[in-house]
Design a protein around this ligand. Structure first.
Ligand SMILES: *Cc1c(COP(=O)(O)O)cnc(C)c1O
Length: 384
């Protein structure tokens, strides 16, 4: 049953009306000239958002499939790779690689910490791995890793860098070519404001060459087959045509708003979220600075179960935030502010959080203090 919801999660994110309307258009045939034109527009738009001249492969799948595609195209069984992780999605890189019998050298950081570029470079030098997997925005903790510094640290060793940007691409700066990132994977349902179902991988020349001459068994996720089809203006298999139509509208929206302004907008929302959280007398789990602009993670007060707060928000107020994952389950609450979010999403999240906590017996601050503080932040700085 369709019910009103305030979706303020780190994905899927709300779909703008323009995108929903584009998806509702009649389906065009995927081998028709109309689709060819649509695909060509979308691929060019994606290249601009990825900040790359490399081809971006479009897959009909969730973001994890794009991650898996990187593993099976770049690594054979028994080959060695480095995974640097400090959260749930970093763990996923290791799990995928291990499922494909890649020998994983796993550098595990504390959840909530940033990855250290030098540690990664040293490990790569020590084990001779050709491929390194990291996460840009670690959605489970709110931490954004310094991909630029990691890429720079890896340059002397010549290892390829693969970045999971599922929850960051389009929301915060990620300069694929300038920073020298070989493979960036992303999905449609977060900062790209399109429903779940499309995944992307930008593939550098050397990554494409490595995939053509190596990797392991794959069919649907075979990069070379996909890229060759795209070079002919097609997709290798029937794509989610409706979602591609929606994505075209979303990319147009991004272009119209301007990517720089979107980045600044997200930083401002994150700042208001952080200040609101503190005004509620709560502690931040995610870093208290501008680097963390996609997800704000809030520690739940002692004695309160985050899952209960989550359920109260959802059932009583139709405000959908995200709880903690893995070891953080019950301990944190995550406010997603990527995609088509505005000031009122933040005010709503903070007001809902204040009310739910109050009802569950929290007496740390007045229930409206967070929302009020966010409004003040918005009033004090002009919108970008
Ligand atoms: C959401 C997310 C994914 C997973 O994407 P799915 O579309 O659920 O497969 C991967 N990595 C990060 C960082 C994410 O935020």
């Amino acid at each position: 049953v369709a019910e009103k919801q305030y979706l303020i999660t780190p994905g899927p994110t709300p779909v703008p009306p323009e995108v929903a309307a584009a998806i509702a258009q009649p389906v065009v045939h995927h081998r028709s000239p109309d689709f060819k034109a649509l695909l060509s527009d979308v691929l060019a738009g994606l290249q601009r958002v990825f900040a790359t001249q490399n081809p971006v492969l479009l897959m009909t799948a969730s973001g994890t499939a794009a991650m898996e595609s990187a593993v099976v195209n770049l690594l054979g069984r028994g080959e060695r790779a480095v995974v640097a992780s400090a959260g749930n999605f970093g763990e996923r890189w290791a799990a995928i690689a291990e499922a494909h019998e890649v020998e994983v050298v796993h550098l595990r950081g504390e959840w909530g910490e940033r990855l250290d570029p030098d540690t990664i470079a040293t490990a790569v030098g020590g084990c001779g791995a050709r491929v390194v997997f990291v996460t840009h925005s670690e959605t489970s903790t709110g931490v954004v890793n310094d991909v630029q510094a990691i890429a720079a640290a890896l340059r002397p060793a010549g290892a390829m860098l693969v970045v999971d940007a599922v929850s960051s691409l389009g929301g915060i700066p990620l300069m694929t070519d300038l920073w020298g990132v070989d493979v960036v994977v992303a999905g449609s349902q977060k900062a790209l404001m399109t429903p779940p179902g499309l995944a992307f991988a930008s593939i550098s020349e050397r990554a494409r060459a490595a995939a053509a001459g190596g990797g392991q068994g794959r069919f649907y996720l075979d990069w070379e087959a996909g890229l060759r089809a795209q070079e002919k203006g097609q997709t290798a298999f029937t794509p989610a045509v409706g979602l591609v139509q929606g994505l075209a509208a979303a990319l147009e929206l991004i272009e119209r708003r301007g990517i720089d302004r979107i980045w600044a907008h997200n930083r401002r929302l994150a700042q208001a979220a952080r200040e609101g959280v503190r005004a509620l007398g709560l502690e931040l789990f995610s870093p208290d600075d501008d680097s963390s602009a996609m997800v704000t993670a809030v520690r739940m007060p002692d004695g309160l179960d985050g899952q209960e707060v989550y359920a109260r928000l959802r059932d009583r107020y139709h405000v959908v935030l995200a709880g903690g994952q893995g070891p953080l389950r019950g301990q944190i609450m995550r406010i997603g502010h990527m995609g088509d979010m505005d000031e009122f999403a933040i005010v709503t999240a903070l007001a809902g959080l204040g009310l739910a906590l109050h009802e569950l017996g929290y007496g740390g601050a007045s229930p409206g203090a967070g929302a009020a503080r966010a409004v003040e932040v918005f009033a004090s700085a002009e919108a970008p």
